[in-house]
Design a protein around this ligand. Structure first.
Ligand SMILES: C[S@@+](CC[C@H](N)C(=O)[O-])C[C@H]1O[C@@H](n2cnc3c(N)ncnc32)[C@H](O)[C@@H]1O
Length: 326
């Protein structure tokens, strides 16, 4: 597992940002010029723009739970006028968005998961372990609880669970214990103070690793704070019923927990479902819903990784929707 992140080839303001697997995602999305598309993760708008460029009468609805990202993307996407609609929402709200737009189905959907460089690299957003601000980690700072507050209030066992399950941190219990010991009456944790605490909680031999020793814990916390896995599950379950037959779902993930969810859902939906196995053979209770287009995940080329090291853990999977689960 490793941190994700993405960007595009030009500078947005002063923040460089490179879109990951841009050509590959357009290939698998197979945009129809008159189609309607959902970009679930607008970010700086790199993928949204690539979709918009391929449209004639079609349009793309681009979501992001981060208003700051939408402001930046808005400037970039202004030349595309009505072809692009930006919406501030988590992508688990996709069902409501279909209703708001009086949309029955889309011709395809893309999700480029995780955080953007604009979030990770901006100390004011409180994501990084170099930060000296209270640790926030929310992609949408207008909703939910900041990380520092969670660390002040959650039970030790819950903190340990999150670090272990979402961060795959094997010293999760030691770290959670130390957090609870140090949090009483303390200032809110910052990126720096939490990182320091984590390093001190680790056995000496685990302090020197290829990646920063706090990486796993920070990732685990971020996934929990933003409910990233639940978001992804809801998104996929919505889109499998909301893509027209022949439409495509394309997902770029950045760590194994996300990739596993996509892989399993696509695999399960590519087979029919039967009721209990006893009794005479019965018809399927659910037909095949998708055709998996990428047997193995598509990964970035060496050239892309060299130009954008954050792309190194990206995995793209695509499926074509065959029918409706409704
Ligand atoms: C990797 S960036 C996307 C970059 C974008 N594809 C581009 O080319 O610029 C991921 C973006 O998705 C947003 N995001 C992540 N999870 C989300 C969710 N559940 N709902 C809505 N937006 C989400 C983040 O706020 C971030 O801006």
């Amino acid at each position: 597992m490793s941190e994700g992140g993405s960007g595009h080839d030009s500078a947005v303001g002063s923040v460089p940002h490179r879109s990951v697997l841009l050509e590959e995602s357009m290939h698998w999305l197979d945009v129809r010029p008159e189609g309607v598309y959902l970009d679930a993760t607008c970010g700086a708008g790199g993928h949204t723009e690539a979709i918009a460029k391929r449209l004639t009468t079609g349009r793309v609805i681009a979501l992001d739970r981060d208003e700051q990202a939408l402001r930046i993307a808005g400037e970039r996407l202004a030349p595309y006028g009505d072809k692009v609609r930006l919406v501030h929402a988590p992508f688990s709200d996709a069902e409501r968005i279909f209703e708001d737009f009086k949309l029955d189905r889309v011709d395809g959907a893309l999700a480029d998961l995780g955080v953007s460089s604009m979030q990770l690299d901006n100390p004011e957003r409180g994501f990084s372990f170099a930060g000296n601000e209270p640790l926030d980690m929310r992609m949408d700072p207008t909703r939910g609880e900041a990380a520092w507050r969670v660390l002040q209030t959650w039970p030790e066992a819950e903190i340990a669970r999150v670090l272990f399950e979402y961060g795959e941190e094997r010293f999760s219990r030691r770290i959670a214990k130390r957090i609870v010991e140090q949090r009483r009456g303390a200032e809110p944790f910052t990126g720096q103070s939490l990182r320091q605490l984590i390093v001190e909680a680790l056995p000496a031999k685990a302090r020197h690793q290829k990646i920063d020793p706090a990486t796993r814990s920070f990732q685990g916390l971020r996934i929990a704070i933003n409910r990233e896995l639940e978001e992804l599950e809801t998104f996929l379950d919505t889109l499998v019923t909301r893509c027209r037959p022949g439409g495509r779902i394309v997902v770029i993930s950045f760590h194994s927990l996300e990739d596993r969810i996509v892989k399993r859902r696509f695999r399960d939906w590519s087979k029919p479902e039967y009721g209990p196995s006893e009794g005479p053979p019965a018809p399927a209770t659910r037909p095949v819903l998708v055709r998996v287009l990428t047997r193995k995940p598509v990964t970035p080329s060496d050239g892309e990784i060299e130009a954008n090291p954050r792309a190194r853990s990206a995995k793209l999977r695509a499926a074509e929707v065959l029918g409706s689960a409704e």
